[in-house]
Design a protein around this ligand. Sequence first.
Ligand code: SF4
Length: 502
Amino acid sequence: MSISCSSIKTTDKNGDLSFINKEATQWRDIPKEKINYAAKEETIFLSGGLTLLQDKLVEAALNSMDINFIALPNPNFESFQKGKAYGNRGQCNPTYFTVGNLVKYLQNLRDETGLSSEEIVHKYVYITAGGCGPCRFGMYITEYKKALRDAGFDGFRLTSFEHDKGIFQGDDIDEKILNFTPTFFIALIKAIIIGDIINLLTYKMRPYEVEKGSVDQAVEVCKNIVSQAFSKHTSLIKSMWKCRSILEKVKLNRLQPKAKVMVMGEFWAAMTEGDGNYNLHKFLEAEGAECIPQPILNRLMLSLWEAEQALKNREQLEVENSKKVDFSNVKTRILIKAGKSAIKTHFSLYAKAIGLHDYEIPNIENLAELSKEYYTLECSGGEGHLEVAHLIESVKHNLSHLVISIKPFGCMPSSAVSDGIQSLVTSRFPQANFLSIETSGEGAANFYSRVQMALFKAKQLAKEEFEALEIPEHIPEKLNNYLYQPKSEKAGSAAQLIDSLI
Ligand code: SF4
């Protein structure tokens, strides 16, 4: 066995020989040497990991503010493998996919453009969301830094807005490289909301398209229209009206009884549209189902609700300890209120313009009421009480034929907490068709076969629901127009349409 010259021979308390490597030190997440970073104007910002459409709209929104921003390509299996290679052991899937995706992008940049690693570190910055946990979310920044160092990009800058603390520019960042101003957040939120609305419509329409690929083509046109509106600073509402006329031209056959599947679970696993969840949405559609996706808006509303709860608890403590009222609480309350009302107003304006009529922004308070008997509301992390609430809501209001809760392997809040509780929910609501499923990055065959089994029952339910209805002889044309979204107590879209005629 060869021993490096930095090791020295020593004896332990039993007198046995051992070797100590004196040079080994604890890892610190600050670069060993001071790095000369590019000035703000020359810096290129990177980010990604939302839905395909939202990443592109965010890029358009930030570029319109003269922020040199590039949305990374969708994380794929290669990203996951890079994440595993350079990351710590025992992380959850979203960490591997998103960290690996950044490493993959930077390595390609270096190999394809000839930029050196030092030049990349000098010029590029990654924007991410962060938080203090309580799950692994609190370690994301450190994970990025560790993987980037091991991949040859030591000192690469990261900046984040943290859902529970505010803004973190980075320990290694002297200058404020990005102004997280209200204008920045408003542009970001507009892009996310518009993306949510178009995604919701896409998932409603695509399973019923007459010509394969026609919905995706129309959505691509809409993406360009909205991006142009961001770039040219023209009205986003008008751009949504234009999208409406594009979508209306897509031919649909909506009288097909398809299983409706609510896809929920851990935020990233449920939202991503790629290898990160084995392309679950596409798989379900190919198997003849219609998906109800989880909009990013849900997560935003949950974060505001959590901030409001934390504020109430703080105020309660201050009263109990007879402290004077802290006026910074008043400011926080105003900000939360303003945030909520801005989201609601923008959502309803854009949704009306494009013609999404039957979707309401989730009322987190009501969802908390539904789940509080099962889930300790003070317990935050992951999606908090939302997973439990969504399942109960779906059963009580007959929203779907199947609820799939998807979670990354090793996710603490979703697999360990929510799933533990869902077994009580499903015993109390035996009619629930519920599948909880993990993604590990590997094992797709097993994943698909479990989904297929649950989907079989859902398809039967959809068929039975539809066949129990009396189909009128004359079917009005409006039924195949996506703008017709009647209210109904049926779960399936085809059954809802027929039910509206009876
Ligand atoms: S919620 Fe789960 S998957 Fe998401 S960051 Fe936390 S531990 Fe990881």
